[in-house]
Design a protein around this ligand. Sequence first.
Ligand code: TRP
Length: 451
Amino acid sequence: MKNQQNPSRAVFATRIGAIATTVGSAVGLGNIWRFPYEAGIHGGGAFLLLYIAFIIILGIPVLSAEFALGKITHKGVSGAFRTLRPGTPWRHFGIIAVICGIMILSFYSVVAGWTLEYTYEAAVGSLSDNEMSLHTAFDDFTSGWRPIMWTLLFLALNYTVISRGVQKGIERFSNILTPILFLLIIAFCINSLMLPGAEEGLKFLFSPDFSKITPQVVIGALGQAFFSLSLGMGTMLTYASYFNERTQVARNATITAALDTLIAIMAGVLIFPAVFTFSIEPAEGPRLVFEVLPVVFSKLPGGDIWGVLFFFMLFLASLTSTISMCEIIVAWLIEERKMRRSQASILTIAIAMLLGILCALSFSILPGIRLPFIGEPNVFRWFDYTSSNILLPLGGLLISVFTGWILDRRIVAHALTDRNSRRAHLACRLIIFSLRWVAPPMIAIIFILNL
Ligand code: TRP
């Protein structure tokens, strides 16, 4: 997405194109890897309920706000704030976005690296006939040097895409991939529902135990809602700068949120029946999906082929997500630091590689350093926690205040919808209401509760 300043920048040709691309950014490891692991740590049903509530009351409004800002200005993060409120501190919003983006990029690339390893293992047939238990196999893998190799390889791949500015092609590609991933997940869900532990797994996921709700669970669900929708650091804002005049922002936001949430819930339906069937601990953390999926595949006819397909799709879905993160950082370096695209790309990827190595080593030799916010001494978890649960909601809070309070209400309303129906007016009113009176205080209260 180059040429932020160009007023005649490309626009999505079709309505479906605009939705498919935003869904493509939203759908990734966040749905299939992070959602089950967070739900597992935070007790299942209660977490799911809070997550859905946050998607509806905060996610859709903040997503609409990002869309509106991008659609009004046709600019990326820093350009959008600078155009709307020139010379004010709002232009520094980009700094949060860049710090947060680099943190997410670092740990996300480690997990994307795991998907590469598992694709490879499935392809050579060592995923299903492994004498070790999957728990030990994961430990064995993450304590070696291979995770580092895959992380670096994955980031190098990102580099080749962003340094050439050819992400448009990749995005088009992702429009075909997301539906295929969707179909694969449906097939695996059906398979999971026939497992003996299906009832217990579904009970874990869908029956909320309210006694399990703690401030940690609340902030976990809030962070997951933001992470999964790629919210809070201007990714969606940048995509929306390619919307055309007639794009219905409120409707797009609702459809994107609904599809993204559906895929996360389906990932839960895929994972938890297997967790209970094969006696895996639901609160395993980041490794959960990588221990569960190989067992699921090994029990299927032609197991390894399913493994290759699924992990490869997951890898591609991760790539489309990380490219959107890289692009935020690279665009900021080009606009604010006046770098060339090639320099900005090298710098971004080099920092992500360094931090990515630290994240990869968190599962093996990195000594326990005490870090704020989380109990465990684990750099990977710290990056994950701080970016998703603190920086993204903080970004969301700022975006809500800006769109709800600073901008002229009529401009926002016009960007949200140009329809004159009662439904459109109601949607508009609800979104603006949330941006003013719900999102900012709610996020602030959740932060305060956590301190
Ligand atoms: N939403 C993506 C996922 O679920 C990850 C992602 C892409 C993201 N861009 C982002 C998360 C920007 C936060 C911010 O995998």
